[in-house]
Design a protein around this ligand. Structure first.
Ligand SMILES: *[C@@H]1O[C@H](CO)[C@@H](O)[C@H](O)[C@H]1NC(C)=O
Length: 540
């Protein structure tokens, strides 16, 4: 605002025009709020202890890929050695530049009224070579500042120890395919507990074991691009479970005095039978075992170990293929006991649901050997579900999943650590608005059913590097133009709606903010108020 503009506004105010306008605007606002409060009385409220937050991950937002003493991760390696593998040829070198712009992230978290920020630590930023024999002081300093700034703003940090950024050095030594990673990961986790555990009380060891092993070691889409859907996929999962358990035991044995809670971030879609046939119903149960159960059952069930159906189906398929033993390596009783019970809460990332079936058509449908062939099933999404890219909106699926977890894993404390919708650029993200409303309604339904769900984190706080999709797919409550050097975070309609849900703790289906108008109006209103105040000061 230039000085002449301010003078003009003061001049207008002098003539009483703005005061009148302000008054009628305020009156209209009061009337609207009264009307809204009346309808909201009948709405369900989120309980007082329910937390709202937003999530990100280090490689997707930090940038500074080669600054501050950071080493290479396997993603830095992938985007340099095979840039064409990323759809739009981009990478995470700068991303949202949160390494330098973390204050912008804190500002938008505050604007949303978020109680929680779920972020991840970059392993090679802390340990540039992967091993704990050299700790990068600049990496420690960065996360210390971030954590301090969050706490100073009343935002609780939920820290993910590993969100797919394996140091390339360790990847070259076998990565998730060698049991050595259990030691490497445990040593890395200990460094984080030592440095941040006085302030961080919520720890997530590993993000989405199922997705990470599937994309990285089964279909070979993500780093380290290994294609082995029937063998290495299971090895990856096995080592992730053991590494998670190692970090858990280190925390409980050496850092119990810090009084924090620790779990891992599981992912699951909800499976529903395609028909009432016993085959489809069995296939649906099996589908849950092959996705959620593979990682949840060893930790959260009474007995521990993989689900029996998971063990049996892989053994049967291996026998059909003439193998002398199952492609799924079994855990020793000692390992089963080591993993069982290593979760203080159950954290779940959820996006969509599937209809599942099993009939003659699935027998030769999938690659042999593979997870899906082992499971002997197939699934599809209802075409009527509003969808964008791979996300199909079906809110009741989250309700069913939460009830499923309550019933199958002894009613644990549940944190929803990711849930969100894909879009392209633009601030009017109606699809995401409907998605959040539907899924948050499902959370209220689950709370009514006695599910112990305590946190909802939207994915994602802002647009970021969406792995092989680069910036072609957006998940942000806030939009970022990746070509803008300032990486300005602009609230989408979904951010304004989410903020109102957090503020009122209810879901107002009629709230209809205009993301293009709101920022301009706020600016105008504050200029008018400033002018009015200075006018009053001058006159009186
Ligand atoms: C198997 O079930 C699917 C889903 O219900 C159906 O589309 C397909 O036609 C069925 N195939 C056979 C061979 O029964």
């Amino acid at each position: 605002m230039d000085p002449t503009g301010v003078i003009t506004i003061i001049g207008l105010a002098w003539r009483g025009l703005i005061c009148e306008n302000l008054l009628s605007a305020i009156q209209a606002d009061i009337l609207k709020n009264v009307a809204r409060n009346v309808t909201q009385k009948s709405l369900r409220k989120f309980p007082d202890d329910f937390l709202f937050g937003a999530a990100t991950s280090s490689y997707q937002i930090e940038g500074a890929w080669n600054d501050g003493g950071k080493g290479w991760s396997m993603w830095d390696h992938l985007v340099r050695t095979d840039p064409d593998h990323i759809i739009d040829g981009t990478n995470g070198d700068v991303a949202a530049n949160s390494y330098y712009f973390y204050e912008k992230d804190i500002a938008i978290l505050k604007e949303l009224g978020a109680n929680v920020y779920r972020f991840s630590v970059s392993w090679p930023r802390i340990l540039p070579f992967g091993r704990a024999d050299y700790i990068n002081p600049e990496g420690i300093a960065y996360y210390n500042t971030l954590i301090d700034r969050l706490l100073a703003n009343n935002i609780t940090p939920f820290l993910t120890i590993y969100h797919w950024e394996l140091p390339q050095n360790l990847n070259e030594q076998g990565g998730w395919l060698t049991e050595d990673i259990v030691d490497w990961f445990g040593d890395y986790a200990r460094v984080l507990f030592q440095n941040f555990g006085d302030r961080v009380k919520h720890w997530l060891t590993i993000n989405e074991p199922s997705v990470h092993c599937n994309l990285g070691y089964a279909i070979g889409l993500h780093a380290p691009r290994i294609k082995s859907p029937g063998v290495k996929y299971y090895e990856c999962g096995r080592h992730i479970l053991l590494a998670h358990a190692r970090a858990y035991h280190i925390y409980k044995n050496e850092f119990a005095h810090q009084g924090g809670k620790i779990g891992l971030a599981l992912d699951s879609e909800m499976s529903m039978p395609s028909s009432n046939s016993p085959e489809d119903i069995q296939a649906t149960e099996d589908c849950m075992m092959f996705h959620l159960g593979q990682f949840a059952h060893p930790i959260y069930s009474e007995t521990g170990n993989y689900p029996q159906r998971f063990i049996d189906l892989i053994a049967e398929a291996s026998a059909r293929q003439g193998l002398p033993e199952s492609r799924l390596r079994s855990f020793s009783q000692e390992q089963i006991d080591y993993i069982r019970g290593t979760g203080d809460f159950l954290s779940i990332n959820h996006y969509s649901s599937n209809y599942v079936y099993r009939n003659a058509s699935v027998v030769n449908m999938h690659e042999v050997p593979s997870l899906l062939d082992d499971a002997q099933l197939a699934f599809y999404k209802d075409p009527s579900w509003p969808s964008s890219f791979w996300i199909a909106t079906y809110g009741p699926g989250l309700h069913k999943l939460l009830v499923y977890i309550k019933n199958n894993y002894n009613n644990p404390i549940i944190y929803i650590t990711e849930n969100g919708f894909a879009s392209t650029t633009g601030l009017n993200d109606e699809g995401r608005v409907s998605y959040f409303r539907e899924y948050l309604t499902a959370v209220l339904d689950a709370i009514d059913d006695g599910v112990n769900v305590k946190l909802y984190c939207a994915w994602s706080l802002m647009d970021n590097f969406e792995w092989t999709f680069g910036y072609s797919i957006r998940f942000g409550l806030y939009e970022i133009d990746e070509n803008d050097p300032e990486k300005t975070r602009r609230p989408r309609k979904s951010a304004l709606v989410f903020k109102e849900i957090v503020r009122t703790r209810t879901i107002d289906m009629d709230y209809n903010p205009d993301p293009y108008a709101s920022s301009a109006i706020n600016k105008k209103t504050s200029i008018v108020l400033l002018a009015a105040i200075s006018l009053i000061k001058t006159v009186f």
